[in-house]
Design a protein around this ligand. Structure first.
Ligand SMILES: NC(=O)c1ccc[n+]([C@@H]2O[C@H](COP(=O)([O-])OP(=O)(O)OC[C@H]3O[C@@H](n4cnc5c(N)ncnc54)[C@H](OP(=O)(O)O)[C@@H]3O)[C@@H](O)[C@H]2O)c1
Length: 332
């Protein structure tokens, strides 16, 4: 059986001192892969040595993945304490975070969550599988008061022992500048889009300076992302000549180059995979990129954000750029 001893997978330390694996499994089926297929992959992943799982209520598969966790506990494959389980509160539950959290814990059959993210920093809801032109008339711009109300509910979940750490996701520097000073419990991690053509260096430095661990989503450039997130001008990371040349040097696929780069660059990548999860874990334990190769990867930044977020826009917003505070101020 293909197995990577979890003990040899490098670890990252959160500011609390708690460690987590340097790579995890993403579980968003991108509206294309069924909950059953995702959970079957999760079952295989646990048995091949994965210990970190990135889940979310809005992925619509937590109950199936929870069954996989429970089977693994019952069969003695792992104990709960061996896993690092992350989930996220979806935008329609910002006013009742405890209910959402308890539902995720119940579905994932995991007693507590190691890290619980606020998936988006505003309550703008869109239905699963919606298209790029879909808008919710109730959507509104970021409000630090509203965000902090949601965040304080997360702080109380830590106090109650339902979650061990709080995470933020899809945040910008101006939004963090506004929110961080108001927090009692610092976020341990921030989930943000990161791949070779979208490196978010300034945001990464900001997080690292505050001991908030960057967790990089879409590390491979999400080749099968939902249709609403595909634009003609998007760059295909794995087709960049430098990535291909490094892959050739090592005799590996361009996808593994993206993952090794992510790890060596300091973020925790959480690749989704049905067919390649074993190699995605194994690649963290051998044959890392050289300094020259890392320098070559650093030149690939193209500002190519893939999750533009159109469906979260509010009435009066200009376009998706408004979600990302690109001029250094919160767009309201
Ligand atoms: N916080 C947020 O707002 C947010 C947003 C987006 C995503 N996420 C999280 O990030 C995770 C990853 O993002 P993603 O799933 O969109 O994109 P991704 O991990 O960049 O790409 C996944 C795709 O890459 C393929 N792949 C994986 N490993 C490969 C390899 N070694 N060789 C060739 N192809 C490979 C997979 O195919 P196979 O299945 O065939 O292996 C799958 O189609 C999500 O699952 C989710 O957990 C979070």
């Amino acid at each position: 059986m293909q197995f990577v001893d979890p003990a040899i997978v490098p670890k990252k330390k959160l500011y609390t001192g708690v460690e987590m694996p340097c790579v995890g499994m993403g579980t968003f089926g991108s509206d294309r892969v069924s909950p059953r297929e995702v959970s079957e992959a999760a079952a295989g992943a646990i048995r091949c040595g994965y210990r970190l799982f990135d889940c979310a209520a809005c992925y619509g598969n937590e109950a199936e993945i929870g069954q996989v966790f429970q089977d693994a506990f019952v069969e003695g494959v792992v104990e709960r304490k061996d896993l690092f389980i992350m989930s996220k509160v979806w935008n329609d539950m910002h006013r009742d975070v405890e209910k959402a959290c308890k539902k995720s814990i119940e579905d994932l059959k995991c007693d507590y969550l190691d890290l619980y993210f606020i998936h988006w920093p505003f309550p703008n809801y869109h239905a699963p599988g919606c298209d790029v032109d879909s808008r919710n008339p109730d959507s509104r711009p970021f409000s630090v008061d509203e965000f902090m109300d949601t965040y304080r509910q997360c702080e109380s979940l830590v106090e109650k022992g339902l979650i061990r750490h709080i995470g933020i996701s899809n945040m910008t520097i101006p939004k963090m500048d506004a929110a961080l000073p108001l927090m009692k419990t610092k976020p341990a991690a921030a989930e943000i889009e990161m791949h070779p053509a979208f490196q978010q260096r300034e945001l990464q430095e900001y997080l690292e300076a505050r001991d908030i661990l960057p967790i990089g989503y879409m590390p491979i450039g999400s080749p099968r992302r939902p249709q609403r997130d595909i634009m003609e001008e998007d760059i295909v990371d794995l087709e960049m000549p430098q990535v291909q040349a490094i892959a050739k040097n090592h005799g590996i696929s361009p996808a593994l180059v993206a993952l090794k780069w992510a790890h060596q660059n300091g973020q925790v990548p959480i690749p989704f995979s049905i067919h390649h999860y074993y190699e995605n874990l194994k690649c963290m334990t051998e044959d890392m990129l050289t300094e020259e190769e890392m320098a070559s990867m650093a030149t690939l930044e193209r500002g190519n954000r893939l999750v533009k977020g159109h469906v979260f826009l509010w009435e009066g917003a200009r376009d998706w750029h408004d979600l990302w505070d690109e001029d250094g101020v919160i767009v309201e």
